[in-house]
Design a protein around this ligand. Structure first.
Ligand SMILES: Nc1ncnc2c1ncn2[C@@H]1O[C@H](COP(=O)(O)OP(=O)(O)O)[C@@H](O)[C@H]1O
Ligand SMILES: [Mg+2]
Length: 339
């Protein structure tokens, strides 16, 4: 087996006495697109800053392309950075923004022109090369920032919540764009997000973090379908998670007997896995929201709140109405880990 392209070994990151990331271990291959996913404050940015060389670790090592870069300064690490505020130069044209780093490197003019044009072409902005950032849309500015990072041909491109300033539609467009650019250039990318759908849509592998620790690493498919902890299941959209013991499910408000056999641990259902209108359990509709193709119900059941999401084609229920529902075995995801 070849050695990993990026390797973080027992990395401990602290601000003064406050340890934000204790003993992180992680590796990835060349050309992978990794998403660092987790709630605000879990240590995503801190981890990125250490890889970039902007935060010296308290202990541990960082290897990039087989080389220990732990003590190598940021500007010698050949890493590209793109953060939420992508700080383009307002007085420079698109072309000059992208060419900026290449000029600092003092490359020959012909090479600067060639690389800059290629970078602009990759992100679909060659035709706007003469415009200033203020004459571009938000999405175009974002793509310009991406081109500016990429023309430097970094070994790794670090993107810290680069899409969070964009509106929903642009975010979807940029997601597709990032993925395409990554596939075409084969550049290794680490992408930070607190948005699970963004991580699932983009990444080859997801690193889910909690309180500075890695909670689970896996492909989007693995994280979505087989979360190994209650935290992971919750973060990945299983909104109905209950403890189960002796075939009884235990919620905040009470207990209900399970109509199938289960080991003790936790069982989780996505809102789309809850059947309503039939089944052995009873609930009252607390709220209902029409969401186009689907209706989203909040139900008040014996065990507490149940979130259900059903096709809008199905019979609808009003607030205050009683209904039968089921938590089917076929839709149940079992989680062994206690918390
Ligand atoms: N400059 C700093 N000084 C002190 N504490 C910090 C600093 N930056 C971040 N932290 C703390 O470190 C932890 C991790 O923060 P951060 O890596 O920014 O999280 P994330 O990017 O996942 O939201 C948080 O508890 C945060 O308050
Ligand atoms: Mg952050």
């Amino acid at each position: 087996m070849s050695s990993p392209y990026i390797l973080l070994k027992d990395l401990t990151l602290a601000y003064g006495d406050m340890v934000a990331v204790p003993k992180l271990n992680f590796s990835c291959d060349k050309g992978e697109l990794i998403a660092l996913l987790g709630p605000s404050g879990c240590g995503k940015t801190t981890t990125m800053r250490s890889i970039a060389g902007l935060l010296a670790p308290q202990s541990g090592q960082i290897y990039i392309d087989g080389k220990d870069v732990t003590n190598v300064p940021a500007n010698k690490r050949e890493i590209g950075l793109m953060f939420q505020s992508y700080a383009l130069f307002p007085h420079l044209s698109g072309f000059e923004n992208v060419a900026f780093g290449l000029r600092i490197k003092k490359l020959p003019e012909a090479e600067i022109v060639e690389k800059t044009n290629k970078g602009l072409d990759t992100v679909g902005l060659l035709h706007l090369a003469n415009r200033k950032p203020s004459e571009m849309s938000g999405g175009q500015q974002q793509r310009l920032a991406l081109a500016r990072s990429m023309v430097m041909e970094p070994k790794v491109l670090l993107l810290d919540e680069p899409l969070s300033n964009l509106d929903a539609r642009l975010r979807l467009e940029m997601r597709a764009e990032l993925q395409r650019v990554q596939r075409e250039t084969g550049i290794t990318m680490i992408f930070v997000t607190h948005d699970q759908s963004e991580a699932l849509a983009l990444a080859d592998r997801i690193v889910l973090m909690k309180d500075g620790l890695i909670e689970q690493i896996g492909t989007p498919d693995e994280l979505y379908n087989k979360p190994t902890s209650v935290f992971a299941a919750d973060f990945l959209g299983f909104e109905n998670i209950f403890e189960v013991s002796n075939n009884v499910i235990i919620g905040d408000a009470g207990k209900m007997s399970l109509d199938f056999k289960s080991e003790s641990g936790h069982l989780a259902w996505r809102p789309s896995g809850v059947k309503i209108g039939q089944g052995k359990y009873k609930a009252v509709v607390k709220s209902v929201a029409f969401a186009g193709e689907r209706r989203e119900y909040v139900l008040d059941a014996e065990i507490g709140v149940i979130m259900a999401d059903v096709s809008a084609q199905k019979k609808s229920y009003k607030i205050g109405e009683s209904l039968a529902f089921d938590l089917p075995k076929s839709e149940a995801h079992f989680i062994e880990q206690a918390s």
